[in-house]
Design a protein. Structure first.
Lengths: 113, 113
């Protein structure tokens, strides 16, 4: 099930992730966002490598009950593995090209060793 | 490709939808959000029945280039076919139950005839 992750303080959309039943239960138990990695085919607690965990502040379900919205406190301020605050750090400009709109907060090389 | 739709004015997450290449091109051409309906297997311009179209204000792409974020002006104020402002109108309470947090803005029976 897709999970939209939104910063509880700023309202910024941080990322889209996925949960299976186990990830969902783990998230409820721990209060820290845990997802299902489709590429690695395993559970991952967001921030387990970087320390940038997501403390869950609120959980919403959509009309069709097939998408979750999490409002989180993003520890460290950055959700993206690139070091950016949000995974959506590129915006389409007037010419139809995606341009980086803000610099990374951390250097991924320093964080993921 | 999943598309997170956010209200450009309030920052509220309105819905999650999907686009294929054709829907994406249509959205760029018209400036009105057009999605691919997975259940009906066809293109739909959001608001084609209700009049509640979504005027695209900004388009973002995520780090993996597999999710889009749209910031939109939601005509009519409500994105959800239930008449709610957002599809995420149910929030988990302290007992783990999802509760409606706000009433619908319109009556679906009046809008979808």
């Amino acid at each position: 099930m897709p999970v939209i992750v939104q910063d509880a303080e700023t309202g910024d959309v941080l990322m889209l992730a996925y949960m299976n039943e186990e990830a969902y239960q783990k998230t409820l138990e721990t209060g820290k966002a845990t997802y299902w990695s489709r590429s690695r085919q395993k559970l991952w607690m967001k921030g387990e490598s970087s320390g940038n965990v997501q403390e869950v502040k609120a959980i919403y379900i959509d009309c069709d009950e097939d998408t979750i919205l999490l409002k989180v406190h993003q520890v460290g301020g950055a959700a993206c593995h690139t070091g950016h605050r949000s995974c959506f750090y590129r915006k389409m400009d007037g010419q139809g090209a995606f341009r980086e709109i803000e610099p990374p907060i951390f250097d991924p090389k320093e964080v993921y060793k």
